[in-house]
Design a protein around this ligand. Structure first.
Ligand code: ATP
Length: 254
């Protein structure tokens, strides 16, 4: 475990020296991080540490002041967000951001908008049916407005919509937010399953203990800087992590 930079030749996603400011607020300061193919990497930090900013910058929704973001060696920084999605970086944003008036099925189909399985094609419908088969509760409600689903079901739908874009890496921003403990467990089971299926994931989570239990590696972000990084199991035992991030909140979910 180190507090320095992680250099590895085979990273799928590599972020170097990433900085971003909202006016005078420096939200990210020279962030370096990597995610290798098939890894589940957690990004942990307190409120306002810069986690969402980091994911948004990687997804092309914010233009960094400085730094490089590469996917399989190709520079993403400076590309518009839809081109970043096309390359395979897909963000499931904090707060789900579903189209509440549109049906569950339409929300799923919209997820394929920028990828080869464009909405309306047989291919996209076939893919969407696959997700509905995995989540019977979504299948039962496929014709209902997404806004009528419970928080946990909406999160399942938001992740499934992200998967419809056939990501090479999925960025998950606080998937547990606002969910009851039993639903958090379900969402984490879904994340574990995705990891098992070989999907590469970068997970931002306020429930640090849970995130560190499921992740391969993790980074700790404090005031826009990476202060610690290493195997998740080691960070789980690190005294600074225990003191700062392992609250009682997520022990209720275990
Ligand atoms: P949270 O867990 O609360 O979502 P976070 O770690 O995701 O926190 P960010 O949302 O990335 O943190 O915010 C990082 C910093 O940037 C904070 O100081 C925040 O107040 C500031 N910030 C975020 N969004 C904006 C914005 N649109 N305008 C100005 N400042 C912002």
């Amino acid at each position: 475990m180190t507090s320095g930079s992680d250099t590895n030749g085979d990273a799928l996603l590599r972020v170097r020296n990433l900085s971003y400011s909202y006016g005078a607020v420096e939200a990210l300061r020279s962030v370096d991080l990597e995610v290798r193919e098939g890894e589940l990497v957690a990004l942990i930090g307190s409120n306002g540490a810069g986690k969402s900013t980091c994911l948004k910058a990687i997804a092309g929704l914010l233009r960094p002041v400085r730094g490089s973001i590469t996917l399989a060696g190709q520079e993403m920084s400076g590309r518009p967000a839809h081109r970043v999605v096309e390359a395979g970086i897909v963000l499931v944003p904090e707060g789900r951001r579903l189209f509440g008036d549109q049906t569950v099925m339409d929300n799923l189909l919209l997820g394929s908008y920028r990828r080869r399985n464009a909405p309306g094609t047989k291919d996209a419908r076939h893919l969407a049916q696959g997700f509905l088969d995995q989540f019977p509760i979504l299948r039962e409600r496929q014709g209902l407005p997404a806004g009528s689903l419970s928080g946990g079901q909406q999160q399942m739908l938001a992740i499934s919509r992200g998967l419809m874009a056939s990501p090479r890496i999925l960025l998950l921003d606080e998937p547990s937010l606002g969910l009851a403990p039993i639903l958090v467990r379900q969402i984490f089971d879904m994340i574990i399953e995705l990891r098992r299926s070989g999907l590469t994931i970068l997970l931002v989570e306020q429930m640090a203990r849970l995130a560190l239990r499921v992740a391969d590696r993790a980074y700790i972000l404090e005031q826009g800087r990476i202060t610690l990084q290493g195997p998740a199991a080691e960070l789980l035992k690190h005294p600074d992590v225990a003191r700062g991030y392992l609250g009682a909140m997520d022990s209720k979910v275990e």
